[in-house]
Ligand binder design. Structure first.
Ligand code: ME8
Length: 512
């Protein structure tokens, strides 16, 4: 069975989960579910990033130990993800022993390759981003006067300490060569160009250890130093797979690392260079999605407008939130979360289109045929067009998923739903019933319900709960799509002659 490995970033435990964390994790879940259904042996990883100065400072501010803070916040993630139907196969904590061993191992491997040397770091550091900045970079970004971070625009601090360095500069040309020979490596295109420009401007060696705080993984053989949190964090993608044990190669290299655009440089520059130096294959693809604002404003703690998924879930269905996040904004672009837009999407696309198609189809099946499906008579052009569209939907959605074009996948499914509603109008089953054309009536109802079944199957990765509810009505009993494969259950004609469907009950009631 082919494998498919998808990851989310591991989230810092200095603060609670917010909308951005939920976004990447939902996208990864949709991909994982789709790929499992497409027949892949999928590994879907998420987790938390526990080390570093930022987490240590947040713990100090609360008067507790970093590990105590981590233990508290990790619970928030671990209780949140099931509420959002996240089907991750593992959850990595960077404070775990398996992770520590992997990080120290990769450090030794880099050292043996001659990619590490000791020196002095005398420049700037942004704690919120856990990023080093040179004076020149601050000046180039117009941040020198205020001494602020070019990325997050918060204060940077001066750091002067002994440090180990990674010979990043050595990998400038090999990295460019890799990016050019693998056009799919960084997506979307605009982000790829951004990385190329950054690398072409020249890579400086990277400071990869700190001595002025202690919350991290010690450098092997020099315990005064803790390993730079990004070297530590990036290694999660292989530590969770069992690295350095060879079994990590079952899923590695990753098929896609899903990340936000804020952490592109770490994933598309530092990580591949580290892997090249260590002689480990590079991930196949890195997809950097855009950022959400909320009701037109940047989310921030000080404004108090950071949306917390746990609060959203107290008021909105998990599936609706999942649908909205991936439907509203093309993956890769920035977008705005607003409650009006959420309601609008739901009422037009789910309540009116999908919900209506299911309700009216099952209601007519019960009214005219006691809820029993019959093949009816020979197919006509309208029926063949519907089948072709459903099969086209399956192919297109699959293609869009490989490109992480979630919004296009949903648009394509919605187009099939609209076709279904058009098919109802074109065939007017109520007229067929009146005219006593039972054969044709049965054909039409069969096509509607079968189309709905295959639409629900495509919707399942996006809205597992709602799609299961749809399938439960169609199948008239409990279903387990998690165990289904499109190649087996996804073919047209799966519903049998004489199959009894359940009575419709509203799955997408209108929201006011
Ligand atoms: O960066 N819109 O963790 P983090 C969309 N630990 N997505 C957003 C967002 C927004 N407004 N804000 C955050 C870290 N995100 C590191 C990662 S990986 C080896 C280490 C999402 O807790 C987005 O995925 O700051 C971003 O990349 C991630 O949250 C950063 O989470």
């Amino acid at each position: 069975m082919p494998t498919y490995y998808v990851t989310t970033p591991i989230y810092y435990v200095n603060d609670e989960p917010h909308l951005g964390h939920m976004y990447t994790t939902v996208a990864a879940d949709v991909l994982a579910r789709h790929m499992r259904m497409a027949g892949y042996d999928v590994f879907f990883l998420t987790g938390v990033d526990e080390h570093g100065q930022k987490v240590q400072q947040a713990a100090e501010a609360k008067g507790i130990k970093p590990i105590e803070l981590a233990d508290q916040v990790v619970k928030r993630y671990q209780t949140l993800w099931p509420r959002l139907s996240i089907s991750n196969d593992d959850f990595i904590r960077t404070s775990s022993e398996r992770h520590r061993q992997a990080v120290q191992n990769i450090w030794k491997r880099l050292d043996r390759a001659g990619a590490i040397y000791k020196g002095m770091y005398e420049d700037w550091y942004c704690v919120p981003c856990e990023t080093y900045w040179t004076e020149t970079q601050l000046k180039d970004a117009d941040c020198w006067q205020q001494k602020i971070c070019p990325d997050c625009r918060r204060s940077v601090e001066r750091v002067q300490e002994e440090s180990y360095f990674f010979r990043l500069s050595r990998y400038q040309e090999p990295l460019l060569e890799h990016i050019h020979s693998h056009p799919e490596f960084i997506a979307p295109e605009s982000r790829r160009n951004e990385v190329i420009r950054f690398v072409e401007a020249g890579l400086n060696d990277l400071s990869i250890s700190r001595t002025t705080f202690s919350w991290g993984i010690p450098v092997p053989g020099d315990e005064q130093h803790v390993i730079y949190v990004w070297i530590d964090a990036l290694t999660n993608y292989i530590s969770a797979l069992g690295y350095p044990d060879e079994r990590y190669l079952h899923y590695w290299p990753a098929d896609v690392h899903l990340i936000g655009k804020d952490i592109l440089r770490f994933h598309a520059v530092y990580w591949p260079c580290m892997l090249m130096a260590a002689g480990i294959p590079l991930p196949k693809r890195i997809f950097a999605h855009g950022w959400w604002t909320v009701e037109g404003e940047k989310m921030s703690k000080s404004k108090g407008n950071a949306l917390r998924p746990a609060d959203l879930l107290d008021h909105y269905d998990a599936d609706l939130l999942r649908y909205f996040l991936l439907r509203e904004v093309p993956f890769g672009q920035d977008g705005d979360f607003s409650f009006d837009a959420l309601k609008q999407r739901y009422n037009t696309e789910l309540a009116n289109d999908v919900g209506n198609l299911l309700n009216r189809s099952l209601a007519m099946l019960h009214k005219y045929c006691d809820g029993i499906l019959h093949f009816g008579q020979a197919e006509e052009a309208l029926d063949r067009a519907l089948i072709a569209d459903i099969e086209g939907m399956q192919r297109d959605v699959d293609e869009y998923m490989y490109a992480q074009a979630f919004h296009l996948a949903l648009e394509r499914i919605n187009a099939a739903v609209r076709h279904g509603n058009r098919y109802v109008e074109e065939n007017a089953p109520w007229v067929l019933a009146k005219l006593g054309q039972t054969g044709r009536l049965r054909t039409v109802l069969y096509h509607l319900v079968e189309a709905l079944r295959l639409i629900a199957l495509q919707l399942w990765p996006f809205m597992p709960g709602k799609a299961e509810a749809m399938l439960t009505q169609i199948h008239n009993g409990p279903v387990r799509p998690a165990a289904w494969h499109v190649a087996r259950e996804g073919g047209w004609g799966g519903l049998r002659e004489g199959h009894q469907c359940a009575k419709p009950s509203p799955i997408f009631p209108r929201m006011d």
